[in-house]
Design a protein around this ligand. Structure first.
Ligand SMILES: NC(=O)N[C@@H](CC(=O)O)C(=O)O
Ligand SMILES: [Zn+2]
Ligand SMILES: [Zn+2]
Length: 346
């Protein structure tokens, strides 16, 4: 197959930031995607319904002319989040999910949750109204090795929360391990899992062998090869619980290429071309629509897009800018390290 047309894809985990960075990176997403679940880890975070409404207005104001793009807003869960505010923001249609960051787990997570008992009321309200909880699933205990933090989180935090809150709908965000895949598969349809583009391409050697590659560093950090293979098998399986969340997470180059570089890979620009490459390699191109266009809306109880995106394979490698120049500074586009022959027909 050299040409494939999908319902227009959505990105179920995206960082758009704010201000000049937002303006700079937004066209990279709207070029191929119809909707995105927009992460709330701004500084300060998007905690209340009013803050989400204001952030949504800033995103709409930054849209390129003619872009048919709908930002799907999320709230950042804190220990003082008001269940009634969450319920009102969901009822109005403004907010599609609440995001749980264990405090200290990742970029701008210091306002996140330390004591899970303090968010019990919010989680119970969310279970009652069917509002999904998106989870950054890593423990922050310094004694736990960074490569084990996802597996330990599943066992010691995620599973207990789900057992204590029957009916809570959960998205395991950016799973990076076979443990994550296996856990997701063993649950009912109240659990979904997003998988990023870069975790289908990178293992930990890519970050560390032959010199440290700051643009391959993200959280959760890429794991051993057998985990990457498990993620590829899950993403390309067509199974309804697995869907695309790019976790495209722009940071300006000076904050990546330094002694203490930020976590995040910027894949908004070339995700669909890279996914076509990966799905073809796995002999599963026919399941790309399920992963990128159909399974996410089904989990979030939204319609599949009626618009389409066509991808075409040619003899000439696809090209994209090495960097996006934003008003905040340059942002390096994810380089898979191999030629990609799939082009998106914009
Ligand atoms: N994925 C990352 O490495 N970084 C994200 C935060 C996150 O999704 O954990 C960011 O906001 O930069
Ligand atoms: Zn995260
Ligand atoms: Zn993220």
């Amino acid at each position: 197959m050299t040409r494939i047309t999908l319902p227009r894809p959505d990105d179920w985990h995206l960082h758009l930031r704010d201000g000049a960075m937002l303006t700079g990176v937004l066209p990279e997403t709207t070029r191929h995607f119809a909707r995105a679940i927009v992460m709330p880890n701004l500084v300060p975070p998007v905690v209340t319904g009013a803050e989400a409404a204001a952030y949504r207005a800033r995103i709409l104001a930054a849209l390129p002319a003619g872009a048919g793009f709908e930002p799907l807003m999320t709230l950042y869960l804190t220990e003082t989040t008001d269940p009634a505010d969450v319920a009102a923001a969901a009822a109005s249609g403004l907010v599609k999910a609440v995001k749980l960051y264990p405090a200290g787990a990742t970029t701008n997570s210091h306002s996140g949750v330390r004591d899970f008992d303090k968010v019990r009321g919010v989680l119970e309200k969310m279970a009652e109204i069917g509002l999904p909880l998106c989870v950054h699933g890593e423990v922050v205990d310094p004694a736990v090795d960074i490569f084990d933090r996802e597996a330990v989180f599943i066992e010691t935090v995620l599973d207990p929360i789900r057992r204590a809150t029957p009916g809570l709908r959960v998205v395991m965000e950016h799973i990076t391990t076979r443990d994550g895949v296996d856990y997701a598969r063993a649950q009912g349809d109240d659990l979904g899992a997003t998988i990023t583009t870069h975790h289908l391409i990178l293992n930990r050697n890519h970050i560390l062998v032959g010199g440290i590659k700051p643009h391959y560093y993200c959280l959760p950090v890429a794991k051993r090869e057998h985990h990457r293979l498990a993620l590829r098998e899950a993403a390309t399986s067509g199974e309804a619980r697995f869907f695309l969340g790019t976790d495209s997470a722009p940071h300006v180059d000076p904050l990546k290429e330094c002694a203490c570089g930020c976590a995040g890979c910027f894949t908004a620009t070339n995700t669909m071309q890279l996914l076509a490459h990966v799905f073809e390699e796995e002999g599963k191109l026919a399941n790309l629509a399920a992963f990128a266009s159909e399974n996410g809306p089904r989990f979030y109880r939204l319609p599949v897009n009626t618009a389409t995106l066509t991808l075409e394979k040619t003899a000439t490698p696809a090209s994209w800018p090495a960097k996006i120049e934003t008003g905040a500074g340059p942002v390096t586009v994810f380089d898979p390290g191999f030629p990609v022959f799939w082009h998106a027909i914009d």
